[in-house]
Ligand binder design. Structure first.
Ligand code: UFG
Length: 329
């Protein structure tokens, strides 16, 4: 299939581009490089620098590249910023996505894969989290993702759009060959920050809250390898052959790991000591989020290759050790 990967120069998008190529598909990338990295996309892949919300950019790509399916990874994803600057999040994550969908429908492209998030659930009532839990996001970031999910449902019903929305848990790790990896600016994610503390690039890692009602008092999260996430996006293609298909899947390993466990695992993998500072809770952090992904496994045959967080961290370490400045741009 010819697949337009919107946000294909970003962290999850760029890994998906490589998995698409490996599976024999033809990825084409659209990225405005606000957060993406040109070097994250191999030179042999068609690359367009532009905005997903601009029909004058998107329509010619859909036509010229004979696109069958669009994957959309291009969102702002800083939860705290979404609270202080919600306009940015509604504009980029919702309004621009709506424009993209309109352009697709106008051009007769009707298959869509969307990056959603476990943040659409807010604080879950039960664990592990299944897709049928109530969705009550607690910040504009999660709300804009949920708004797109609802828009997709209505478009599938009314216009025959076929879509899958994947609710990611904590994406982590890097390509196994070390060629691409995680490079955010600013970086807020736990694993790359702990690696930086291990290598001395930052003074320490602050643990945000040690008094949660969890086994060691720190938050539990479900860290899932970025290539496992990417493979689910390809495994869903068959489902999208049906007009109006409307699919939602949680993607996580189902194994909760605490902040302290991640720090210990980074020490083990890198062989380096991590200086730790115990700090206050970060506002808006639920104590525990982990997935029940049995639906994706049963319906898509999704297999989780990286079930041990140490193996995920080892791939992140391989990338960070060789590329301490990320893509260097
Ligand atoms: N943490 C620390 N210290 C740090 C950074 C993080 O203790 O310096 C803790 C957080 O409090 C949290 C855990 O590590 O308990 C993981 O934090 P991340 O920021 O890496 O990830 P989140 O779980 O907050 O967020 C991730 C994605 C978001 C998405 C969210 C859904 O990064 O985009 O999952 O809940 F919205």
């Amino acid at each position: 299939m010819n697949v337009l990967v919107v946000g294909g120069a970003g962290y999850i998008g760029s890994h998906c581009v490589r998995q698409l190529q490996a599976a024999g598909h033809r990825p084409v990338v659209l990225d405005n490089l606000v957060f993406g990295h040109r070097k994250a996309v191999a030179p042999d892949i068609p690359f367009y620098d532009g905005d997903l919300g601009d029909p004058d950019v998107v329509a010619p790509i859909l036509k010229d590249e004979k696109i069958d399916l669009v994957m959309h990874f291009a969102a702002f994803a800083y939860v705290g910023e979404s609270v202080t600057e919600p306009r940015k999040y509604y504009e980029n994550n919702f309004v621009a996505t709506l424009r993209l969908l309109e352009t697709m429908l106008d051009e007769g492209v009707n298959k869509f894969v969307f990056s959603s998030t476990c943040a659409t659930y807010g604080e879950p009532e039960t664990l592990p989290m299944v897709e049928s839990l109530p969705q009550k996001p607690i910040n504009p970031y999660g709300q804009t993702k949920l708004d797109v999910e609802n828009c997709l449902k209505a478009f599938a019903h009314a216009y025959g759009l076929s879509f899958a929305a994947f609710r990611y848990f904590n994406a982590a790790g890097a390509a196994e060959d070390g060629s691409i990896g995680e490079d955010h600016d600013p970086e807020t994610h736990l694993i790359p920050l702990v690696i930086d503390a291990a290598t001395g690039r930052r003074e320490n890692i602050k643990i945000f809250g040690t008094d949660y009602d969890t086994p060691d008092g720190t938050c539990l999260r479900d860290y899932v390898h970025v290539d496992d996430l990417a493979r689910a996006h390809i495994a869903v293609f068959e489902k999208l052959a049906e007009p109006g298909a409307s699919c939602f899947y949680n993607l996580g390993t189902g194994t909760p790991n605490s902040v302290r466990e991640i720090i210990n695992a980074v020490e083990e993998v890198t062989g380096k000591k991590v200086p730790v500072v115990e700090a206050d809770r970060r506002p808006g952090d639920p104590p525990a989020l982990y997935a029940d992904s049995s639906k994706a496994q049963a319906e898509l045959g999704w297999e989780i290759k990286f079930t041990d967080v140490k193996d995920i961290i080892a791939t992140a370490w391989k990338w960070h050790e060789a590329n301490p400045d990320g893509f260097g741009d």
